[in-house]
Design a protein around this ligand. Structure first.
Ligand SMILES: Nc1ncnc2c1ncn2[C@@H]1O[C@H](COP(=O)(O)OP(=O)(O)O)[C@@H](O)[C@H]1O
Ligand SMILES: [Mg+2]
Length: 318
């Protein structure tokens, strides 16, 4: 058993440079990450950030060009066999035997692994609304993902490593997925999942790590990220706008005007804005969620637009 204080995942300057011909790609650069037992950790980053590379390194599917990783306090390379027994893994791209049915794939993997609870398999299939009788090649990408999830969950691993698990899942199934992850956490098990969508993971993750260009930019609790919630608002007026009414409004920054259209960044409640605009004729309001990059920049400040919760500033300074 893992000691409660031993991180389930720990990396020490973990690095990977891919070399092909005379081209080099630094896919992961000195990653120092620690994932605790019993948490749902979201590994967030845009495509190409190095998420899959990290996961492959953790699983010893590829070798680092620098640094090391340990899982359950065991060395990712030397102890990979023992580690794999305790992990459920969902790869980003699932290459399954296309001519087998879902049931046959499950049976085969169950026989190889041993110790699979049939009742659990049936329960998972039912909850995910997965029809195991079809052939793999006839499954949609969403159904392949469900099959992959069943394979990852069915021997009740201590640690789940899921590479973009919600890609291609419809919203209802995503809800079930979220429930499953929370149940796993409630049992003291650990989930490490990657995603390129903050919105998708913020409802289930306890903490998120933000990766960009192979570098870990930040590790934050989701609660802290929530506090910097903002959105872009575009308002189209019937008449030319008087921007002076927007100056100094609480939560309003980055006001730009283009003819009868105003674009601004709004933190927090709408009410002050709507009250200030009550005498002007509004044709249309459009809102847009910030990208991960924008939230990140807002969080860590790119000059005057910084909007940081006080306690985080303290955390970062310490
Ligand atoms: N086998 C490989 N050979 C060369 N470059 C690779 C290889 N795999 C990934 N890369 C590059 O490494 C970077 C990180 O890729 P990846 O880990 O797949 O990112 P993510 O999973 O976050 O989308 C990208 O620039 C990608 O093109
Ligand atoms: Mg990937």
């Amino acid at each position: 058993m893992t000691n409660h204080s031993t991180p389930v995942i720990q990396t020490d300057n973990l690095s990977k440079v891919y070399r092909s011909g005379n081209k080099e790609v630094q896919a992961l650069n000195n990653l120092n990450l620690s994932v605790r037992q019993g948490e749902i950790f979201g590994y967030l980053g845009p495509n190409g950030a190095g998420k899959t590379t990290t996961i492959r390194l953790l699983l010893d599917l590829i070798r680092p060009t620098g640094g090391s990783a340990s899982l359950f306090g065991l060395d990712a390379q030397r102890d990979s066999v023992a580690i794999h027994r305790r992990i459920g893994f969902l790869p980003g791209e699932l290459n399954l035997w296309k001519n087998l049915t879902g049931t046959q794939v499950i049976d085969y993997v169950a026989r190889v692994r041993g110790g699979v609870d049939r009742k659990l398999v049936n329960q998972l299939s039912e909850r995910l609304d997965f029809d195991a009788s079809k052939r793999v090649r006839d499954y949609s990408s969403g159904n392949r993902r469900k099959l992959g999830l069943i394979l990852a969950l069915m021997n009740q691993p201590e640690l789940l490593i899921l590479d973009e698990p919600t890609n291609g899942l419809d919203p209802l199934v995503q809800q079930t997925f979220n429930d499953l992850m929370r149940e796993i956490r409630a049992e003291g098990r650990t989930v490490f999942l990657s995603s390129h969508m903050l919105g998708e993971v913020q409802s289930i993750c306890d903490r998120v790590g933000i990766l960009r260009g192979g570098q870990l930019q930040a590790v934050e609790s989701v609660a802290a990220l929530r506090r910097v919630d903002f959105e872009y608002v575009t308002i189209r007026f019937r008449d030319p706008v008087r921007v002076d009414v927007l100056a100094g409004l609480p939560g309003v920054t980055n006001v730009t005007v283009d003819g009868n259209t105003v674009r601004l960044c709004l933190h927090g409640d709408y009410n002050p804005l709507l009250v200030a605009l009550r005498d002007q004729y509004i044709v249309d309001i459009d809102t847009e969620e910030p990208s991960l990059e924008d939230i990140f920049l807002s969080y860590y400040g790119n000059g005057t637009n910084a909007h940081k919760p006080a306690e985080t500033v303290k955390e970062m300074a310490s």
